[in-house]
Design a protein around this ligand. Structure first.
Ligand SMILES: *[C@@H]1O[C@H](CO)[C@@H](O)[C@H](O)[C@H]1NC(C)=O
Ligand SMILES: *[C@@H]1O[C@H](CO)[C@@H](O)[C@H](O)[C@H]1NC(C)=O
Ligand SMILES: *[C@@H]1O[C@H](CO)[C@@H](O)[C@H](O)[C@H]1NC(C)=O
Length: 311
């Protein structure tokens, strides 16, 4: 029975043979690229204008930097589900979207620097659940990054968006990423206005030398770290009409309370004075009555005599 269950020797041989010839070797290597047995495909600086075709399916590292590739085709890229490292720096990429990286669940390193990207949409990097480092520097036209672009990249540790054309970034959603420990922001024309106050205050804590304001004009070139505190006071000064109404009402209440308490105090004072006067009068009357009763004897009191003499 055990013999019956074991695979026939011929099938076993076929299986081992298929393991030996890995799919990478069997599917060859793209033109002008070098493929090695570590599943690294190196196509840097080959004047490529399109994404290489005929890539080994098991490719783990793909380097297509220093070419003039204009597009990352989602279909071809997402066959490479074992891809861990992708360097697309220094190309002519203008657009990437959620579907571009739809299936690269093992990708840990992505470099999109020195391209011509313009904006980063919501969820662009969403499928990249293993992404640890994203370099996206030196895209001179990159001026918009959706606030939720990285929201699903829980493994992201290093994000570098230096030397782009960014004016605002939602730092709150960035620093909410659990693994993030480094953010490169320098060399962007950051807006130093109230809509970007959080970023300025955050940079104040981190303090990066080259992170300076690009606008408004009177702030240009000043370090974000310096203007952060200034913005905090500036941005919370503006009062709305409700605030003014509040102050008017409060002022009136204080005035009224003052008036009422002054009136009450006045009444009390008058009443008190009257009371004292009444008491004095009563005492005088008593005194007079007393002195008239005792008659001349009081004038002979020795102490009173002394008083009269000294004054
Ligand atoms: C970009 O690639 C070109 C070749 O395509 C090369 O001449 C140039 O030096 C590279 N630039 C950078 C910044 O690496
Ligand atoms: C950078 O963005 C500004 C608008 O915020 C735009 O006027 C300018 O042309 C952009 N620069 C580049 C190089 O695209
Ligand atoms: C930043 O993004 C979060 C959501 O990710 C949002 O709730 C918040 O209002 C945004 N802040 C600003 C200043 O836009």
């Amino acid at each position: 029975r055990s013999l019956h269950n074991a695979p026939p020797p011929a099938l076993l041989l076929l299986f081992t043979a298929r393991v030996n010839t890995s799919p990478m070797l069997s599917s060859g290597c793209p033109d002008r690229c070098v493929c090695d047995d570590q599943l690294v495909v190196q196509c840097a600086g080959q004047h490529l204008t399109t994404f290489p075709v005929n890539l080994p399916l098991a490719t783990r590292q793909l380097i297509i930097s220093n070419n003039r590739i204009v597009e990352l085709p989602p279909l071809a890229l997402n066959y490479l589900s074992d891809l861990v490292y992708l360097d697309c720096s220094n190309n002519s990429l203008t657009e990437i979207s959620e579907s571009t990286f739809g299936n690269l669940r093992k990708l840990a390193y992505l470099d999109l620097s020195f391209n011509t990207l313009i904006h980063i949409e919501d969820r662009t990097f969403g499928p990249l659940v293993s992404l640890v480092m994203l370099r996206m520097t030196d895209n001179p036209g990159l001026s918009e990054m959706h606030q939720d672009a990285f929201v699903e990249n829980a493994a992201l540790q290093v994000l570098d968006v230096s030397r782009n054309n960014l004016t605002v970034v939602n730092i709150t959603s960035l620093i909410a990423l659990p693994a993030l420990r480094s953010v490169g922001l320098s060399g962007n024309p950051w807006s130093c206005e109230c809509d970007n106050e959080d970023l300025c205050l955050w940079v104040h804590l981190e303090d990066e030398g080259q992170t300076v304001c690009g606008s408004p004009a009177d702030m240009q070139g000043r370090r974000l770290g310096e203007v952060g505190i200034q913005l905090r006071t500036l941005c919370h000064q503006t009062l709305g009409s409700w605030d003014y109404l509040f102050f008017v009402v409060i002022g009136f209440v204080i005035f009224a309370a003052g008036t009422v308490s002054a009136w009450v105090m006045g009444v009390i004072m008058v009443l008190y004075e009257r009371y004292i006067k009444k008491k004095d009068e009563q005492l005088d009357v008593d005194d007079e009555e007393e002195s008239s009763e005792t008659g001349h004897t009081s004038h002979l009191c020795p102490s009173r005599l002394i008083n009269v003499r000294t004054h």
